[in-house]
Design a protein around this ligand. Structure first.
Ligand code: ZN
Length: 238
C-alpha cells in the first residue's frame, strides 16, 4: 500500500469494505481510510460496523502490508462486509499538530541554518513534541517561535501534496529532514511532498490540514535540553 487511501481521499471518513483477514480482537480490511500512524504519530481511531454490531477501533498495528485494525473488544472476530468510520475530530487534532510541526520545523530549519529533526511525537491528546539537533543556543529563541507559528495559522496558508521523483527529492537540499512520518515511496519510485504555500516543502507520509487556518492556536509549553545537541520543544493547543 504505497499510496494510502487517506492520501488520495483526505476527506473520506466513512466507507464500505470487506474483511480479508481476522484474528481475535483485530481485523484486516480490503480498503481503509485510516492512517496507520508511524514515526511517533498516533494512528487514526474510529469504528467498524458489521452484521454483529459496532466496535471502536483503538489503533492500527501495521504488519508489513497488512494493517490490523485493533478493536476495543479483544475477543471479537469479524467477517463479511463492514462499514468503516474514521473519527474526524481525532484526525483534525493530529493533522493540526502534525502540520504545525512542519511549520515549527520550517522556522527552526531557517533560523538555525539547517538544524535537523531527531525525533517527534504527536499524540491524540492534543499534545506534541519535536526534538532538534541543535548546539547550545538560548531556549528563549525556540520559545519565541510560538508567535510566528500562530501568525501562519492566522494567515491561512494552503497546504498541498505532490508526488515527485525520489531521486530528485534526495538531490534537493532540505526536502528530507528526518520528519516524523516516514514517507512511503510509490511503486514507481516517487515520494510525497507536502507544500505549505510559500513556507515549507518536505517529504512526508502523515496527515495534514489543507489550510493552516483549520488549526487552533498553538502554545509552546516547554523547551528542554536532552543532551548537548538535542533540544526538545513541547507544544499543544493554546
Ligand atoms: Zn507531515
Amino acid at each position: 500500500m504505497a499510496i494510502y487511501l487517506c492520501h488520495d481521499e483526505p476527506d473520506l471518513y466513512v466507507h464500505d469494505a470487506s474483511v480479508v483477514d481476522s484474528r481475535p480482537g483485530s481485523v484486516a480490511l480490503s480498503r481503509s481510510a485510516f492512517h496507520p500512524g508511524g514515526g511517533g504519530q498516533v494512528s487514526d481511531i474510529g469504528a467498524i460496523e458489521w452484521s454483529g454490531g459496532r466496535l471502536e477501533v483503538t489503533h492500527i498495528e501495521p504488519d508489513g502490508e497488512i494493517w490490523w485494525h485493533v478493536l476495543a473488544d479483544p475477543a471479537a472476530e469479524l467477517t463479511g462486509d463492514v462499514t468503516v468510520s474514521v473519527d474526524p475530530e481525532h484526525r483534525l487534532r493530529v493533522a493540526s499538530l502534525h502540520t504545525m510541526s512542519h511549520v515549527l520545523n520550517a522556522f527552526v530549519f531557517e533560523e538555525f541554518s539547517g538544524a535537523l529533526v531527531t525525533g517527534a511525537q504527536i499524540g491524540g491528546d492534543g499534545k506534541g513534541r519535536m526534538d532538534f539537533d541543535l548546539p547550545e543556543i538560548d531556549n528563549d529563541r525556540l520559545r519565541a517561535l510560538e508567535a510566528p507559528i500562530n501568525d501562519v495559522i492566522a494567515r491561512g496558508l494552503d497546504v498541498s501534496q505532490a508526488y515527485v521523483d525520489a531521486a530528485e527529492v534526495q538531490r534537493t537540499n532540505g526536502l528530507v529532514r528526518s520528519m516524523s512520518v516516514a514517507p512511503p515511496p510509490t511503486p514507481d519510485g516517487r515520494l510525497r511532498l507536502i507544500d505549505i504555500d510559500g513556507l515549507d516543502r518536505q517529504a512526508c507520509g502523515g496527515t495534514h490540514l489543507s489550510n493552516t487556518a483549520q488549526s487552533r492556536r498553538i502554545a509552546i509549553t516547554k523547551v528542554e535540553n536532552k543532551g548537548r545537541h538535542n533540544r526538545r520543544v513541547r507544544f499543544q493547543f493554546a
